[in-house]
Design a protein. Structure first.
Length: 71
């Protein structure tokens, strides 16, 4: 089962975009569970998100930025 898990070095740009999109669409899922669900190592998922500037703190995932809020 573990041999089908992709490591960071095996990821292409399409994989990385998929990880980021999956992360934002499934805000209630922990990073370690995302890796298991999509067949990519947890370490790779975490690294892709971090390198993309995604804030992975769970409490910050629910903040919706509305730049026009005070206008």
């Amino acid at each position: 089962e573990r041999e089908n898990i992709k490591s960071y070095n095996q990821l292409n740009n399409k994989d990385k975009k998929y990880i980021i999109n999956f992360y934002y669409k499934h805000k209630d899922i922990l990073i370690r569970d995302i890796g298991n669900l999509i067949g990519i190592s947890n370490r790779a998922v975490s690294r892709v998100l971090r390198e993309s500037g995604v804030n992975t703190k769970l409490k910050n995932r629910y903040i919706i930025k509305n730049e026009n809020y005070f206008e």
